[in-house]
Every structure is written in C-alpha cells, then in structure tokens.
Design a protein around this ligand. Structure first.
Ligand SMILES: [Zn+2]
Length: 226
C-alpha cells in the first residue's frame, strides 16, 4: 500500500502537468513512487476536465437562457400595433379649427374666468360628440345653463364626465338620445354671448355650469391631439 502513498506536492504537479497536456511520460520521470499513481493522473484529469466541460456547458446554457430571456423581454417591450384601428374613446369636437380663448382666461366676455376652450370655426361647421354618451341637455338658453351659452348641448359619459357644446346654430340631437364618439350632434354658430363664430367646449364633473375642468388637459390626457 506504501506504493500508492504519494507526496501531495508531487501529486499536484502530476495533475497540473497532465492538465497542461504534458502527459504521464514526463510525470513518470519524477520517481517510481508515483509511477503507479501516474495512471491516476489521467483519471483525475478526465474528472476535472469533465467537471470543467460540464461547468462550461452549464455556463453556455446559462448564457443561452439569459439571452433568450433578454430576447423575450425585448419582444414584450415592443408595442404591438393594432391591426384594425378602433374608434378612440375621445375625439376632437371639431375637425379643423383655430384655438381662440382658452380655459380660465380672464376678460370682459365672462363674468368669471372662461369655463371652456373656444375652437374658432365658421358657422355651420359639424360639431361631434367628444365621446360616447347620453344627451342630458339640448336647447336654447344654454340648455338651461344660461343665455350666455346660446344654443347648447350637454352629454353625460360613462365615467361620470360631462361634455358641453355651446353657441350652436343648429342642435341635431334630443335629450335622452345616445350618441357615439365622433357622431355629429350639431352645427356650430355664434349664438348667445359670443364674440364671433366658434364652438365653446367644456368638460364638466356634473351636468351644470360651475363644474368645468381644463378641457384641453382632459382631452390630451385621453390621447386626443388638440
Ligand atoms: Zn368660450
């Protein structure tokens, strides 16, 4: 059994040499004591090589998995374009216009700050429902909100938001009527307290005057480019 005892330092050298590809021939020259052990070196090399190969393979697989995960994440992050363009929830109330008086603007025209956004358009321009809903006000005297609005319409929307359209020349919907986003509801005009032909548009949190919020900020927050 003493034949198989080996100097630890010599064993390390043997394995190192074998691993370096120098082979058992050179290792055998170090003495007869580890000639027998020399046969063990390739085995150790085989095991270590196998372990190394396995580790390399695992690293390779790990790299492949990592790459696949990264690729999947990249695919997921890419926005998928809708094949068919659905009608957006909110649209512009008029197609072509020039922005005139803005929300909260002060001036002689209003007793308080301006409660909506004015879209300057010629009289008779089609006015569209900014979103789907039900008509809750439609008529002269601002539909009940006051003579300053002229002929006006208020639509109640699903999310508890209301839109208002004023100074109209012709109202084309009735109270209780359901309308779709972009559906024509009126023709623009210059009725009521109006400085010129335009559509006065409000977004409200109730059907009534005094609950208006910034309509441009609202539309933009809902993806409308105005
Ligand atoms: Zn206005």
């Amino acid at each position: 059994m003493s034949k198989r005892v080996m100097n630890p330092a010599a064993r390390i050298t043997a394995v190192a040499l074998a691993a370096a590809g120098l082979g058992a021939t050179l290792v055998a020259g170090a003495g007869s004591a580890f000639a027998a052990e020399g046969k063990a070196a390739p085995a150790a090399l085989t095991v270590s090589a196998a372990v190394a190969a396995q580790a390399d393979a695992q690293a390779h697989v790990a790299a492949q998995v990592k790459a696949a995960v990264a690729k999947a994440a990249a695919v997921k992050a890419t926005p998928v374009k809708a094949v068919k363009k659905a009608t957006p929830a909110w649209v512009k109330p008029v197609t072509t216009y020039a922005l005139s008086a803005s929300f909260n603007q002060g001036g002689a025209m209003w007793a308080h700050k301006h409660s909506g956004q004015d879209f300057a358009v010629p009289v008779g321009t089609p006015v569209k429902a900014a979103s789907a809903g039900t008509v809750v006000k439609a008529g002269p005297n601002g539909g009940g909100d006051g003579p300053a609005y002229g002929n006006a319409i208020v639509i109640k929307h699903a999310n508890g938001t209301y839109s208002q359209y004023a100074h109209l020349s012709k109202i084309q919907v009735n109270i209780g009527q359901k309308v779709g986003a972009g559906q024509q509801i009126a023709l623009s005009g210059n009725t009521g307290n109006s400085s010129g032909p335009h559509l006065h548009f409000e977004i409200r949190t109730t059907p009534n005057y005094g609950s208006a919020v910034n309509p441009m900020a609202f539309l933009r927050a809902h993806g409308v480019g105005v």
